[in-house]
Ligand binder design. Structure first.
Ligand SMILES: CC(=O)N[C@H](C=O)[C@@H](O)[C@H](O)[C@H](O)CO
Ligand SMILES: CC(=O)C(=O)O
Length: 307
């Protein structure tokens, strides 16, 4: 039976970092405190685990299972949503992770396009997604569009054509692209029980105007409290106020991007701002120079002093 159709996904979802020990092994001990931090300090009640920010493609299948299980277990009764990303280059690995996500009580799964051999057509991509979804037919399924990372530029509106006939559990898209026309067309043609979660934190406001239901992103780990204010302001019709917050975030991110912003820098920023010990990233992502992270932390405090 396909999952129930009524519940929309809304609000902020943090794309979690994977906690590692200083030696680079998965560090489950930080997951409980991490969840508490998101709830108490950021007002964030949903997580997207083992995604881009979680360095999923650098993890083994066994590590991804252990992590997914621990996140689900520790989030139970605390968070509203745990979405587990199960995309892999190998269809068989992805199916195994999808089946596992169902067993451990994940709320939903998401899958990005494979990107070594890239699907060239919407049909090929849909078939891949269908196969993965079939391993967890009772879990809400989200397509994870992130063209800058995967290099798979098939318009999402094409992927959505007839998708629910192939994937009865299909419930929406995590859209981490900049093409707001494609995004708008997806939203305007969609049934009411799908959710559209936007994933470019630097322009969330524009996506809200285009009809995004919620947002999944890395910066909600440490700036969720500000983005919650942005969303409230937008909902109440205070666009100028919402824009002010968005512009602050753009100022911070453009500063970080000039210094070189990647998962390593982002993770170190989270370590500094949260006080959690999430460790270094895993190669090929290199650790962020300490001084470098401190400059961005300083900028964060400067940008958000009066809010
Ligand atoms: C490539 C990447 O990690 N994208 C994230 C999610 O999709 C975003 O949350 C960005 O980290 C964020 O928008 C900052 O650029
Ligand atoms: C940002 C995001 O959604 C990810 O890290 O997968």
């Amino acid at each position: 039976m396909a999952p129930s159709a009524e519940k929309k996904l809304t609000g902020l979802v943090a794309a979690t970092f994977t906690p590692f020990t200083p030696q680079g092994e998965v560090n489950l001990a930080e997951i409980g405190p991490y969840i508490d931090y998101l709830i108490e300090k950021q007002g964030v009640h949903g997580i997207f685990v083992n995604g881009t920010t979680g360095e999923s493609m650098s993890l083994t299948v066994a590590e991804r299972k252990i992590l997914a299980e621990d996140w689900c277990q520790k989030a139970r009764g605390k968070l509203d949503q745990v979405i587990v990303h199960v995309g892999c280059m190998s269809l068989k690995d992805a199916k195994e992770l999808a089946g596992h996500a169902a067993q451990i009580g994940a709320d939903a799964i998401a899958v990005m396009a494979p990107f070594f051999f890239k699907p060239r057509t919407a049909d090929a991509l849909r078939s891949f997604l269908q196969e993965v979804a079939s391993a967890a037919p009772n879990l809400p399924f989200y397509y994870y569009h992130i063209p800058a990372v995967t290099g798979v530029n098939v318009p999402v509106r094409d992927v959505l054509e007839g998708v629910e006939e192939l994937i009865p559990s299909f419930r929406g898209v995590k859209f981490s692209g900049i093409d707001l026309m494609d995004f708008g067309q997806c939203v305007s043609d969609s049934p009411p029980h799908w959710s559209f979660l936007y994933g470019m934190d630097e322009q969330l406001l524009a996506a809200l105007a285009m009809g995004a239901d919620g947002a999944v992103g890395s910066t909600y780990n440490y700036a969720g409290c500000h983005f919650n204010k942005l969303i409230s302001a937008f909902k109440e019709g205070h666009v100028v106020q919402a824009r002010k917050i968005q512009f602050k975030m753009q100022e911070l991110l453009s500063y970080a991007m000039k210094l070189g912003f990647d998962v390593g820098v982002n993770k170190q920023l989270m370590n500094e701002l949260s006080g959690l010990s999430l460790g270094p990233p895993r190669l090929p992502v290199t650790p962020c120079p300490f001084a470098h992270a401190l400059l961005i932390v300083k900028k964060y405090h400067h940008v958000f002093t009066d809010s």
